[in-house]
Design a protein around this ligand. Structure first.
Ligand SMILES: *[C@@H]1O[C@H](CO)[C@@H](O)[C@H](O)[C@H]1NC(C)=O
Ligand SMILES: *[C@@H]1O[C@H](CO)[C@@H](O)[C@H](O)[C@H]1NC(C)=O
Length: 752
C-alpha cells in the first residue's frame, strides 16, 4: 500500500510538472544572486551593476558607450553610486529607460577677475528631451548649449537681462533674470557655457552668469540665485539631469539576428531614436519585472491586485491579463459596472447547488472506490504504467475543474449534439481520432474530437492536448471550449471553424482559384505569428510538432486557426531540446529531427517552410502520383531554386503584377531559409514572422484583403498607366490582356 501511494505521488508529479515549471520565482533586479542590487539606498538594476559580470557589457564593442558599470563609493555615508569617474547617480529607471544624475553648473563670475568653468556632462547617454530644459540665470547673461544631434553639431542658447533685483519674479523664468529653452530629442555629448555681455559691470547685485541643464521637476529659481557668488563655493551647486540609456550599439532586429538581444520572454524590444545606436526592452502589457534579465517579464496576477471584477472570486488570472467570470447559473460580464445576473429562479439556486454538491461528492466517492479497487487488483510491477492511464483523466479532472476555464460536458449532452455520433456529422479525421460537428442545445456549433479506440497512449495525448491548449490564449489557435471525461474515450470540444482547412483551400480545384495571393500571404503571416507565439511568447514554450496545411483551419474571413495539438510538446524552461520519438507527417518532417531524434523549435520552422511551399505552388507536400524527382515538394522546390526557375512551380493564379512577383520571390527565399538542413541555420519563427510582416508591407499600399477593387498606378516600361485591379491582383476590364502578365517574364515586362 505504501508503494502504491508513492507511485501515485510520482504520477501526479509527472503530469503536473509542465504546469509547475511555468511558475517562475519572483522577479529580481539583478542578474545573479551575488550581485549587489543597491548602493546607499539607490537601486542599481541590471543592465547596470556593480560587480564584474553584474552589468551589461557589449562584447562586440567592449570599449564603446554606454558603459553600465557602477562604483559604490562608501567613503560617503550613505554610500554614493558613481558612474564613470565622478557622476553621481540619483536614480535609475527601467520603465522609462533613463538615469537621473547630479550635474555641475557652468558659471561665469566677475569679482573682479573673471572665472568660468564648463559643466560636467554624461557623454555616452542621450539627454532626455521631455524631462529636462536648458536655463541660464543672470542679469547680464547669455549662454550656449551645444551637443551632437544625429551626427551633426547642434547649438542653442538664450539671453537674460535685468535692471534691478526687484524686476525678477521668483520661479518665473521669463527672460528677466532667467531664460530657458527646451531641448530636442537625440542630443549627446552636451556641453554648456555661460558668458556675460558687460562683465556684470552695470549689475553689481549680480556677480555671476550661470547656465545648466536641469530636470523640469527639479528646477527652482529665486532672487537669491542672482545674488550668490558661485566662485566662492567650494562645493558648487549640483542640479539633477535626466539622460536616456539603451543597450549596445545595435538595433532590435540586428541584436535579435545575432542572438545578443537582452529582451526575452514577454517583452517588447524597441529601437532608440534613429541614428542613435542601441535598443531598450519593456514588459508586455499585463507583465512585470526587469525586462533585461534572461527570465524576461512575469505575468501580473491582477486578481491579487486591482481589477474590475464584481467580486474577487470571479477573477481569473491569465497570461497578460485577467477575466471576470460569472459563476455557474449566472450570466453577464461580472465586472463592477455590469454585474452578473442570475438566470434561475432565486429559490431554485440553493436547491440546485445542494443537489450538485451532493451529486459531486457521490461521483467522487464512486471514482475513488473504483480507483482503489483497481489498484488492489494490479500487480505491483505494472502499477506505475497502469495508474498513469487510469488516473490521467482523474488528475486532469481535478486540474481542469480548478482551472475553471474549460466546461465539463456530460456524455449525454455530446451524444445529443452529434445525433449519437452520426456518420453524417463527421467533418474530419485528425491525428488520432474522428472530429464530429455538433450543435449544443443553445444552438452553438462546436467541433467534437473523439479518439478512435481505447489505447493507453491516447489518454496521454488527450491530457497533453488539454494541458497544452489550456495554456494558450491566441486568436489564431482553435479554442478549446471543454471536454467530457465521463466516456470511456475522452472527448474534446472545440469552437467550430466554418471554412475548412488550408489544405482543402489549396488542393480543391474549385476553391483554389478564389484563393488570392494576399489571402495566402496573410495566412502565412498569421501561422508564423502563432508559431512564434508558441515558441517564445508564452511562459512554457510549446512545439507544435505536426505543422501542416491540414492542421490549419480557416474561418469566414480567412483567419488562420492552428489546430491539433495532440503531438505538441511543452518545453521546460531549462531544456533547449528534447529527445523524443519522431512524430509528425511525411513530407513535413524535419530531416534533422528524423536523424537525431532531438526535437527543437526549428522542426516547426521546417514544417512551416513546407506550408509556405504549398501556399506558393498549390502542390501537396508529398505527391505519390508524380515522377520520383517531383514527389517531395521540399526537394523539388530547392532544386528549382538552385536552377533559378522558381516560377516553373509557382501557382500561375497568383503571379499577376510585379508586386506579387516580388513578394513571391521573397517568400520563396524565406521558405528556402526555413528548409535549411541544419536547424541552427534556419530562422526562428519570430524572424520568419518579422520577415513576412515586411513582405506584406511591400504590398501595403494595396488594399489588403478587401473585396473591393481599387486603382493603382503601375509603371510598365517607359509609361505609367492606371490599371484597375481586383484585390487578388487580377487586372480587370477590357484592357486586361494588355497589362496582365500570364507568365512571369520580368517585373517590368520588358519581354513583351
Ligand atoms: C537657487 O536657489 C535655490 C533656493 O534659494 C537653491 O535651492 C538652488 O540650489 C539655487 N540654484 C542654483 C543653481 O544655485
Ligand atoms: C579664478 O581662477 C583662478 C585659476 O583659474 C583661481 O586661482 C582663482 O582663485 C579664481 N578666482 C576666484 C575668485 O575663484
Amino acid at each position: 500500500m505504501g508503494y502504491e501511494k508513492h507511485a501515485l505521488l510520482f504520477l501526479i508529479n509527472l503530469v503536473l510538472t509542465p504546469l509547475i515549471s511555468s511558475y517562475e520565482p519572483p522577479s529580481s533586479l539583478v542578474i545573479a544572486p551575488h550581485c549587489t542590487s543597491e548602493c546607499g539606498g539607490i537601486a542599481i538594476p541590471y543592465p547596470f551593476g556593480i560587480e564584474k559580470g553584474c552589468y551589461f557589457e557589449d562584447m562586440d564593442n567592449p570599449d564603446s558607450y554606454p558603459i553600465m558599470s557602477v562604483k559604490c563609493n562608501d567613503t560617503f555615508n550613505p554610500p554614493k553610486p558613481i558612474l564613470g569617474t565622478n557622476i553621481q547617480i540619483l536614480n535609475i529607471s527601467l520603465e522609462e529607460a533613463d538615469i537621473r544624475i547630479n550635474s555641475r553648473i557652468a558659471y561665469d563670475c566677475y569679482n573682479p577677475n573673471g572665472n568660468w568653468s564648463r559643466s560636467s556632462n554624461l557623454v555616452q547617454f542621450t539627454i532626455s528631451s521631455s524631462k529636462n530644459k536648458f536655463v541660464a540665470i543672470g542679469c547680464d547673461t547669455y549662454a550656449w548649449f551645444t551637443g551632437i544631434r544625429y551626427g551633426k553639431e547642434y547649438h542653442t542658447g538664450c539671453m537674460t537681462r535685468c535692471g534691478e533685483l526687484d524686476d525678477v519674479v521668483d520661479n518665473d523664468c521669463n527672460g528677466v533674470g532667467c531664460c530657458e529653452v527646451s531641448i530636442p530629442d537625440g542630443i549627446t555629448n552636451i556641453s554648456v557655457n555661460a558668458y556675460s555681455f558687460y562683465n556684470h559691470t552695470y549689475v553689481d547685485f549680480n556677480p555671476c552668469s550661470a547656465a545648466y541643464t536641469v530636470a523640469n521637476d527639479a528646477f527652482t529659481f529665486s532672487q537669491r540665485n542672482l545674488t550668490q557668488d558661485l566662485s566662492y563655493y567650494s562645493d558648487l551647486p549640483l542640479v539633477p539631469v535626466i539622460f536616456n540609456w539603451g543597450i549596445g550599439m545595435k538595433n532590435c532586429s540586428e541584436a535579435k539576428k545575432d542572438g545578443s538581444c537582452l529582451c526575452k520572454s514577454n517583452t517588447i524590444c524597441s529601437n532608440l531614436k534613429p541614428d542613435i545606436e542601441g535598443y531598450r526592452c519593456d514588459c508586455e502589457d499585463g507583465f512585470s519585472g526587469n525586462p533585461y534579465l534572461p527570465q524576461g517579464c512575469q505575468d501580473i496576477d491582477e486578481c491579487k491586485g486591482t481589477n474590475d471584477c464584481e467580486k474577487p472570486e470571479y477573477c481569473q488570472n491569465k497570461d497578460g491579463g485577467y477575466l471576470c467570470k460569472c459563476p455557474e447559473g449566472y450570466y453577464g460580464s461580472a465586472t463592477k459596472t455590469n454585474r452578473c445576473i442570475s438566470n434561475k429562479k432565486p429559490w431554485l439556486v440553493p436547491v440546485i447547488v445542494t443537489a450538485g454538491i451532493g451529486g459531486g461528492i457521490i461521483i467522487l466517492l464512486i471514482i475513488a472506490f473504483i480507483i482503489h479497487w483497481r489498484h488492489g487488483e494490479r500487480k505491483l510491477t505494472k502499477l506505475r504504467e497502469k495508474n498513469f492511464r487510469d488516473n490521467g483523466g482523474e488528475i486532469l479532472h481535478q486540474k481542469v475543474s480548478r482551472m475553471d476555464v474549460l466546461k465539463i460536458f456530460t456524455a449525454q449532452e455530446l451524444e445529443n449534439a452529434t445525433d449519437k455520433y452520426n456518420e453524417s456529422n463527421i467533418i474530419g479525421r485528425g491525428g488520432f481520432g474522428v472530429v464530429y460537428k455538433g450543435i449544443l442545445t443553445n444552438n452553438h456549433h462546436v467541433a467534437i474530437k473523439r479518439s478512435l479506440k481505447v489505447d493507453p497512449n491516447q489518454v496521454e495525448q488527450f491530457i497533453n492536448e488539454v494541458l497544452v491548449l489550456s495554456q494558450i490564449n491566441n486568436r489564431n489557435v482553435v479554442k478549446l471550449l471543454g471536454c467530457c471525461l465521463e466516456t470511456e474515450v475522452p472527448l474534446l470540444v472545440y469552437e467550430f471553424i466554418k471554412n475548412g482547412t488550408l489544405f482543402d483551400h489549396l488542393h480543391d480545384e474549385g476553391k483554389a482559384s478564389q484563393f488570392t495571393w494576399n489571402l495566402r500571404l496573410g495566412i502565412a503571416s498569421e501561422i508564423a505569428d502563432v508559431l512564434a507565439y508558441l515558441h517564445t511568447t508564452i511562459s512554457t514554450p510549446i512545439i507544435h510538432r505536426d505543422m501542416k496545411s491540414m492542421n490549419v483551419l480557416l474561418d469566414e474571413s480567412y483567419t488562420a486557426k492552428v489546430a491539433d495539438f495532440g503531438a505538441s510538446k511543452l518545453v521546460p524552461l531549462d531544456q533547449g531540446q528534447l529527445a523524443t520519438m519522431v512524430v509528425g507527417t511525411q513530407g513535413y518532417l524535419d530531416p534533422e529531427y528524423m536523424q537525431t531524434f532531438e526535437l527543437t523549435e526549428k522542426s516547426d520552422v521546417y514544417s512551416f517552410g513546407v506550408v509556405l511551399l504549398e501556399l506558393l505552388t498549390k502542390e501537396k507536400a508529398l505527391s505519390y502520383g508524380k515522377p520520383e524527382a517531383e514527389r517531395c515538394l521540399a526537394t523539388y522546390f530547392l532544386r528549382k531554386m538552385r536552377e533559378d526557375s522558381l516560377f516553373d512551380i509557382v501557382d500561375k493564379n497568383i503571379t499577376n503584377g510585379p508586386i506579387q512577383i516580388a513578394q513571391i520571390k521573397e517568400v520563396a527565399n524565406l521558405a528556402k531559409w526555413c528548409l535549411r538542413l541544419k536547424g541552427d541555420n534556419r530562422p526562428t519563427m519570430k524572424e520568419a514572422a518579422m520577415e513576412l510582416e515586411g513582405i506584406k508591407r511591400m504590398g501595403s499600399h494595396q488594399k489588403y484583403r478587401s473585396g473591393k477593387s481599387f486603382d493603382k498606378l503601375e509603371n510598365y516600361g517607359d509609361h505609367s498607366v492606371r490599371i484597375p485591379i481586383n484585390d487578388d491582383g487580377n487586372t480587370s476590364g477590357k484592357d486586361s490582356d494588355l497589362y496582365s502578365l500570364p507568365n512571369f517574364v520580368s517585373p517590368l515586362g520588358d519581354g513583351r
